[in-house]
Design a protein. Structure first.
Length: 255
């Protein structure tokens, strides 16, 4: 005996004949929920009801019920059980709705977060380069005393060269040009935007670290949170990454 699952029911076959069967209720939404459960790897009550000792199954995921074997079940047709092809279309549409409404796995959120981080890094680099060129007209030496977030923070909070020198507690004669107050205010506003982006990146990094420690603690320990998240992102999910052969993982690492 071989246990076979079709989109409209479960069948116990002996060769090319159906000995017993359990049809799903003739409701598109109800069938869609059962098919979604099948795709998630669950064993339906109908399958357990038809299960027998020393039975074979047509799907490897049902190996708990019997030995998996290859089996051509195309002879089981929905028309023979009063179902039309149009009804199958309705079921598939409902199945799509059910699967898209399912809760997202944490690995998918982490993948989106690392992509957002990469976008932020690209934007931060562009804005930082512009700020250095722009404010460097007034105080080029500041780049020797502050970098990245601190550089944008000092400009956003203090603006003028003299106030920044007082904040840093240093004395030097700058080769930069004097600027009008209106020009400095515009640069301060630009620096404030850059500072906010640095803060957002820090928040994303914290989120990625906390999420990765829950989603993939071993991978995080090996690679660091951000690199592990990138591996998950480019592989299409934690499940796919876990099933990849070592050669594919090596290629992903090189990428």
């Amino acid at each position: 005996m071989i246990l076979v699952t079709k989109w409209f029911g479960v069948f116990l076959c002996d060769g090319q004949s159906v000995k017993r069967h359990e049809l799903f209720e003739k409701d598109a939404k109800a069938i869609a929920k059962k098919l979604a459960a099948v795709q998630r790897g669950e064993i339906l009550p109908e399958k357990r009801k038809l299960a027998q000792k020393r039975m074979k199954v047509a799907e490897p995921r049902l190996s708990k019920l019997g030995k998996p074997v290859l089996f051509d079940s195309s002879f089981i047709k929905p028309q023979d059980y009063g179902l039309e092809p149009q009804f199958m279309q309705k079921v598939m549409v409902e199945l799509g709705k059910v699967r898209t409404r399912e809760p997202l796995g944490e690995d998918r959120c982490v993948a989106q977060a690392i992509r957002a981080t990469d976008d932020l890094i690209e934007t931060i680099n562009l804005m930082s380069e512009r700020l250095h060129e722009w404010y460097g007209l007034h105080f080029p030496e500041l780049a020797d005393y502050a970098q990245d977030l601190r550089y944008a923070e000092l400009i956003a909070e203090h603006g003028s060269r003299d106030r920044i020198l007082a904040e840093l507690g240093i004395e030097l004669e700058s080769v930069g040009s004097e600027m009008l107050e209106d020009d400095l205010e515009t640069i301060r506003s630009f620096a404030s935007g850059l500072e906010a982006m640095y803060r957002r990146k820090e928040a994303l990094d914290r989120y990625i670290l906390e999420s990765m420690q829950k989603v993939a603690p071993n991978l995080t320990h090996l690679l660091s949170a951000n690199l592990a998240a990138r591996m998950i992102s480019i592989s299409g999910g934690l499940g796919r990454l876990a099933r990849f052969p070592s050669s594919t993982v090596q290629l992903l690492g090189a990428e």
